[in-house]
Design a binder for this molecule. Structure first.
Ligand SMILES: *Cc1c(COP(=O)(O)O)cnc(C)c1O
Length: 426
């Protein structure tokens, strides 16, 4: 049996209907933007392996740093103990965040970073002796797959079996210049019961790369601030350069109370989640009363290997070459989007920094189960490009090490696949 067949016998894959799924492609090696399968075929990873890979696969510098750490200290309990990589990572990260962010809480993925943030907000109110348990979120939000994160995510096919068990959330549309006043009055109406507002800033990734303007989000944040509603800014996807600046926070006029990070945090090398908090949040847990402690932790909290990977990745990210590379991707995406807009099968082209998305016109409602997207996925794979559409939304989220020529190859293939695609016209 080959690797894909052995896989089918024993593995259950994420977001995969195992009855109808094709065999998983067996990847044996990664280098830069390329992945290589067991038959020697190479693929351009145009989606950064689910949006995590920043500097390319098997980056030698990150590998070296993780390897050094592996030979020094691989893991230590983080309650009662600490280590240099965790301290340094916190110091380095906080320097890059809005200046009110003062404390770092470690976990091991984006969903747990969100769970921690939600628990901080709910317990913040509890510790202050207030009854505030409602949460505000955007429609179609995605904050992860654990129960708390799922609760604050938009209701969809993904969450349907768990409907009754998800806690109550007030959902509002993402802001536009038209609906902003209506949204503000909804927030105002519920301000007494709202513990917090959780949002993906600027780009709602899993929803299909929906984008909103920084000015509109800033306005909602200002209102939350004025009404004592805590803000959780989920930068799990938008962090570490994706939006063209280091963080989506760099576009916003208001500072959130809490921030969540994962995905690009380690450059896509190791699983890690971070929740940062302002002193105001942190201090609400300081007490002689043990019941005011944040009772949360994971076995691998602040794993030294993941910290080492994150330190190395952040060092690479801040290099002039990398910042220039991010800039180049932004500029090239911009001119390509003009070309895309001319294509008769394309609509709703949108871009935030290195994230470029567009929709394939069709007569069915945009949905995760869209068949046109699946057909495009297969065509790109045949051409050696990994693009994983969200329904009929196609998008590019490339690693920053992609060259101008390689981007052109991807763009050319996109135009050709669009030409070939059979689109259901209404
Ligand atoms: C992916 C994602 C998460 C969940 O992260 P996982 O590591 O997959 O659990 C949370 N929030 C946002 C915005 C994401 O894109």
């Amino acid at each position: 049996m080959n690797l894909s067949q052995r896989d089918r016998a024993v593995n259950w894959h994420p977001y995969t209907q195992m009855k109808t799924a094709e065999d998983a492609i067996a990847i044996v090696k990664g280098k830069g933007i390329y992945l290589f399968d067991d038959a020697g075929k190479q693929y351009i990873d145009a989606v950064s392996s689910w949006w995590v890979t920043l500097h390319g696969h098997a980056h030698p510098y990150i590998a070296q740093k993780v390897s050094e750490q592996l030979h020094t200290l691989e893991q230590v309990i983080f309650a009662g103990f600490t280590h240099e990589p965790a301290v340094r990572l916190s110091e380095n990260l906080l320097k890059l965040l809005p200046e009110n962010q003062k404390k770092v809480f470690y976990s091991d993925n984006g969903s747990t970073a969100v769970e921690v943030a939600l628990k901080m907000c709910i317990q913040f109110a509890y510790n202050m002796g207030k009854q505030k348990t409602k949460i505000l979120a955007f429609k179609h939000a995605y904050h992860g797959d654990t129960f708390g994160a799922m609760s604050v995510s938009g209701r969809s096919a993904w969450t349907q079996p768990f409907g009754e068990m998800l806690f109550e959330v007030i959902f509002i549309d993402p802001p536009t210049s038209e609906n902003i006043n209506e949204l503000k009055s909804i927030i105002q109406k519920h301000s007494e019961e709202l513990a917090c507002f959780i949002y993906e800033p600027l780009v709602q990734g899993a929803a299909g790369m929906l984008m909103h303007a920084s000015e509109d989000l800033s306005e909602l944040m200002r209102l939350c601030r004025a009404n004592g509603i805590l803000m959780i800014q989920d930068e799990v996807f938008t962090g570490f350069g994706r939006t063209g600046k280091l963080f989506a926070a760099d576009y916003l006029e208001e500072q959130p109370d809490i921030m969540c990070f994962s995905k690009g945090l380690t450059g896509g090398t190791m699983p890690m989640g971070i929740t940062t908090a302002s002193n105001r949040i942190f201090e609400a847990f300081l007490s002689e009363d043990r019941y005011k402690t944040l009772f949360h932790g994971h076995s691998f909290t602040a794993n030294p290997l993941a910290c080492a990977a994150a330190l190395a990745s952040m060092e690479l990210l801040l290099k002039k070459e990398t910042l220039c590379a991010i800039d180049l991707i932004c500029k090239k995406h911009q001119s390509f989007s003009e070309e895309l807009m001319q294509h008769p099968k394309v609509e709703h082209v949108r871009q935030t920094g290195t994230i470029l998305a567009w929709e394939i016109k069709n007569n069915t409602r945009t949905s995760y189960f869209n068949e046109t997207g699946k057909a495009a996925y297969r065509k790109f794979l045949e051409r050696g490009i990994i693009m994983r559409p969200l329904g009929n939304v196609l998008y590019l989220v490339p690693p920053y090490c992609i060259t101008s020529e390689e981007l052109d190859v991807v763009y050319r293939n996109i135009m050709e696949v669009l030409d070939e695609l059979e689109v259901l016209q209404s």
